[in-house]
Design a protein around this ligand. Structure first.
Ligand code: FE2
Ligand code: FE2
Length: 192
C-alpha cells in the first residue's frame, strides 16, 4: 500500500479486535500526537507558507479524529489512561537527520510513512468481521482521511526538494520502516 514495503503481520488484526478497548485508547493518543505534530511543524517552519497552510488543515482533522475517538471511549465507560508511548514512532524518529534542510525532508517523509501505515491498519480493521459495523465504518472513513494526509506530506516534500532526492530518501526510510514493522504486529495498538 502506498509507499510501504511490507504488510502488517496478518495476526495483528485479530489481536487488535480482541482488545478493542486498548486499541481505542491507544488510537486516541495517536490522533492527539498527530495533531500535536502538525502544530510542531508550524512551530518549526513558520516561514514555509505551504507547510503552515496544510498543517492548519491537518491539525483540525486530527483533532476532530481525537474528539471522535474520545467520544467512543466515553460512550463505552472507559477512561483515557496515560499515553504508554509509541515505540514504532520513536524508532522511526531516530532516523531524522539533525541538520536542515535534510531534517525537514525526513520529518515530512516519516510523517508520510506513519500516515501510510495507519491507513494500512485502518483498512485491515475496516474489513474485520470481529468488529462492530459502526466501528468498521468509522475506520473506513479514517482510512480515507489518513490517505489524504499521506499525500499532503509527500506532496510537500516534493514541493521543497528535488523529485529524485525525495524518491531516494523515501526508499531509504521505507526500508527502515519495514524493518521496524517486521518486529511488530503483536500488540492491540495502532502501531504495535
Ligand atoms: Fe487521524
Ligand atoms: Fe493523519
Amino acid at each position: 500500500m502506498l509507499c510501504l514495503l511490507n504488510n502488517t503481520r496478518p495476526e495483528w488484526v485479530d489481536i487488535a479486535a480482541a482488545d478493542i478497548d486498548t486499541l481505542l485508547i491507544d488510537h486516541a493518543h495517536c490522533e492527539k500526537k498527530a495533531a500535536y505534530n502538525a502544530l510542531t511543524m508550524i512551530q518549526n517552519y513558520p516561514e514555509h507558507e505551504d507547510i503552515v497552510r496544510e498543517m492548519i488543515i491537518i491539525l483540525k482533522e486530527e483533532w476532530d479524529h481525537f474528539e471522535r475517538v474520545y467520544e467512543r471511549i466515553r460512550n463505552k465507560d472507559l477512561k483515557l489512561v496515560k499515553d504508554s508511548g509509541n515505540e514504532y514512532a520513536k524508532q522511526l524518529s531516530k532516523h531524522i537527520r539533525k541538520h536542515e534542510p535534510e531534517k525537514m525532508l525526513d520529518l515530512l517523509l516519516i510523517d508520510g510513512l506513519i500516515e501510510a501505515r495507519s491507513c494500512e491498519r485502518f483498512s485491515l480493521l475496516a474489513k474485520s468481521e470481529s468488529i462492530s459495523q459502526d466501528l468498521r465504518d468509522f475506520y473506513q472513513e479514517l482510512f480515507a482521511s489518513e490517505a489524504g494526509h499521506y499525500r499532503t506530506f509527500t506532496d510537500l516534500a516534493r514541493k521543497y526538494f528535488p523529485t529524485e532526492t525525495v524518491k531516494q530518501r523515501m526508499h531509504e526510510l521505507a526500508m527502515i520502516e519495514a524493518k521496524i514493522m517486521d518486529t511488530l504486529g503483536h500488540q492491540p495498538t495502532m502501531h504495535g
